[in-house]
Design a protein around this ligand. Structure first.
Ligand SMILES: [Zn+2]
Length: 393
């Protein structure tokens, strides 16, 4: 583990993603946050480098095999997934992704890494996790092929009593988030992207118990009907939102519900082809892409806040690709950078600051060039800090 946790970075150019402007600014870090001054800080000359808050992937599955048509993952043990998740998270951090929100992970592997990195053993990115996702029998995430349906990595609930119990299990495990599989998805032939899968009673119970226990809730949610119900029950983030309309966008804006659009899964045709998605899923993804771009547009028009997540592995490369895909889906660069940095922090409860003022978490990256002009430098940062520890540089 890195010894010193006090740093003085001299001569940085700070990129303010709310304006797109850079300005000269020294940065001092102590005990994981930005401070005005710290005695015994290690001096680092970073002149010429552009500094900004680290990137967030707010929709990740660090230990997941995606996509996994042969269901290889169902025959792995927890240690295999744990090792893969750790390597994935470390690589992401080296690529400037200093914050990861895991939204459904087998065996609560995400929560174990979160605790380890927060303690600095080993040093690593900031992880906020939902532990295992919650779905219904035959719901989104059901094993495919069907012969493996008894093997599942989520909490499967049917009826309000099981729903309440699942939320309480997550609380016991130390989850930071709860993740619901509210509607179907792109990949499974037995469901539609907008078909709601919980009964009203199940959904109300899940949301009520989460609220009682202070867990923010993220929902895998393709369509408007689910999004409206979820937003009105206090849901914190809609994931994907493939076919959201103006009515859903208005309900989300009114209730402070975010959108994490994960546009790569409909827009990145090169990836979908290279991964060999089954024909039905690839066709559904391509057909959904224009609706997905329109949904993102409707949400932005309505004032819904946006955070960034790729929903693909490995996290580092796919998150950088997601930034490009968001531009392909109609967002401008400054908005993409704001959503990927300030947005991720705010969604995860680390405040709304857009500048490195005292007290904000010192998860920072320093890159060559200006990301406003050229995104590529972001992929290989010269220096990376998370939890105030130096991970790169
Ligand atoms: Zn996902």
């Amino acid at each position: 583990m890195e010894q010193s946790q006090r740093w003085h970075l001299r001569g940085a150019r700070w990129l303010d993603v709310t304006t797109g402007e850079t300005s000269q600014r020294d940065l001092t870090l102590a005990e994981g946050v930005i401070v005005d001054h710290a005695s015994d800080a290690v001096e680092l000359d970073v002149s010429g480098l552009t500094a900004l808050f680290g990137l967030w992937d707010c929709h990740a599955h660090p230990g997941g095999l995606m996509y996994d048509p042969d269901a290889t993952g169902y025959f792995e043990a927890a240690p295999d997934r744990t090792i893969r998740a750790g390597e994935n998270l470390q690589e992401a951090a080296r690529m400037g992704v200093t914050g990861i929100r895991a939204v459904s992970e087998a065996d609560e592997i995400d929560l174990a890494w979160s605790r380890a990195y927060a303690a600095g053993t080993p040093a690593g990115p900031r992880v906020r996790g939902a532990g295992r996702g919650i779905r219904t029998t035959a719901g989104h995430g059901t094993a495919s092929p069907r012969v493996f349906t008894q093997l599942h990595s989520e909490l499967v609930v049917d009826g309000p009593a099981e729903a309440a119990r699942a939320v309480r299990i997550l609380v016991e495990r130390g989850a930071h988030w709860m993740k619901l599989m509210l509607t179907g998805g792109l990949y499974s032939p037995h469901e539609t992207v907008d078909g709601v899968q919980f009964t009203d009673e199940e959904l109300r119970t899940l949301m009520e118990v989460a609220q009682l226990r202070g867990l923010p809730v993220a929902a895998h949610c393709g369509g408007s009907e689910g999004a409206v119900r979820f937003a009105e029950l206090g849901g914190r983030s809609v994931e994907h939102g493939y076919t959201l309309d103006e009515r859903a966008a208005a309900a989300m804006a009114a209730n402070g519900t975010w959108l994490v659009p994960t546009v790569s899964v409909t827009h990145d045709r090169e990836f979908i082809e290279a991964e060999g998605w089954p024909e039905h899923a690839a066709r559904r993804a391509v057909e959904t892409a224009p609706l997905h771009a329109a949904a993102l547009h409707a949400c932005r028009e309505a004032g819904v806040r946006i955070a960034v997540g790729a929903d693909l592995n490995p996290i580092g490369p796919r998150l950088h690709r997601e930034l490009e895909m968001l531009e392909r889906a109609g967002m401008d660069r400054r908005n993409v950078l704001e959503a990927a940095t300030v947005g991720g922090r705010a969604l995860n409860g680390f405040g709304d600051a857009s500048t490195p003022e005292p007290g904000v978490i010192a998860d920072l990256i320093l890159v060559e060039g200006d990301p406003m002009a050229e995104l590529h430098g972001l992929r290989a940062p010269r220096m990376v800090f998370a939890h105030g520890r130096r991970l790169v540089g």
